[in-house]
Design a protein around this ligand. Sequence first.
Ligand code: ADP
Ligand code: MG
Length: 414
Amino acid sequence: MKILLIGSGGREHALARGLLADPIVEELHCAPGNPGIGEIATLHKIDISNNQEIVSLAEELQVDFVVIGPELPLVNGVADALRAAGFPTFGPSKAAAQIEGSKNFAKEVMNDAGVPTARSATCATRQEIERALDLFGAPYVVKDDGLAGGKGVVVTQDRDEALAHALSCNKVVIEEFLDGPEVSLFGISDGKTVIAMQPAQDFKRAYDNDKGPNTGGMGAYSPLPWAPSDIIEQTHREVLAPVIAEMAARGTPFVGLLYAGLSLTDHGIRVIEFNARFGDPETQVLIPRLITPLATLLYKAATRDLYGVELQWREDSAVSVVLAAKGYPSAPEFGGAITDIPTIADVEMYHAGTASSDSSLVSNGGRVMTVTGLGPNLTEARNRAYRGISHIALNGSFYRTDIALNASIAEMGN
Ligand SMILES: Nc1ncnc2c1ncn2[C@@H]1O[C@H](COP(=O)(O)OP(=O)(O)O)[C@@H](O)[C@H]1O
Ligand SMILES: [Mg+2]
């Protein structure tokens, strides 16, 4: 099978390795990719915000299958364009990707499907906004309806700040604050059947102890020894299956990866948000743990053939730590030389924001690398990830030192 993978982050590097580990794959192409992916796949420099460029590349290469990594092309409708041109595609249609592209749409789907989520109000006027803020009270949760690259949500005790953010949005969702640990749980769907993956937890704030600004994600780990033992079954039953059924009933089946961001509250699971694609950096801990051949799995989803498939997982734990460029997330510095990417057993080095310059490697994004350690438990996986990342030299770069720390301490106490 000849596959085209769209994207260029650490998530896509992990997907690329996963796809190539499946013997069904004969050729892997990636657009635009990054130098790490370029070591294992053929790269194509195209503009992935342009649907026609992606379709033309798929036609030129005569690929059998296309896998879409990031949300932007999905929300732009690239999956519709690819399917119309005859390519099996892993990734939802433009209509189905609205579950990520519009917070209000996601709320409507959840309400219609009876899926537990924070109570909310979608507001257009100042009067509606003020009424909703006072109804739900502090901490205030204010969400820009549209895609905002991780900058659309403000959670604050400060009513003035909440109001100011709400007024800056075109359409805004204001909701009840959910108190509980956050879990990411992904479902792979062919539009009818959905298969839940294992849960992961990610770390959104830039600095240790959850301090600093929100980011795209600074690290992740899986499995979650502290999570309820039935979390996969419960999330499948209460969240993933009803949403997939609702999307099908609306005539806009969801084919691809349904990412459920959950809060485990005292009153049970609540959905914080959905994404329409694999999460980054959760993918970098899930894919190395997955035994089930990835290309076959995603192809079955794309061709409506998932019924009866079960996932197999390694017993190993995985911990990923993101190396960020100086100034990330507000003003990351690009162009710094990256040296000393080591090869270590049970450590995966995933490129994200890297580029080649005069045959050397330089930083080219806020999140530069993701280093995943694998081991028989979180403590060993964590040690390997940190040993790996400590070798990488990039001026001014930083990483969190507390990824999976509490879970590792709790695990050692057991
Ligand atoms: N209802 C809520 N209660 C508490 N925290 C929330 C709530 N909604 C969002 N958050 C916090 O804000 C973060 C970002 O919100 P999310 O809906 O995931 O938006 P996005 O990922 O599009 O920025 C979440 O990961 C969570 O930490
Ligand atoms: Mg989120």
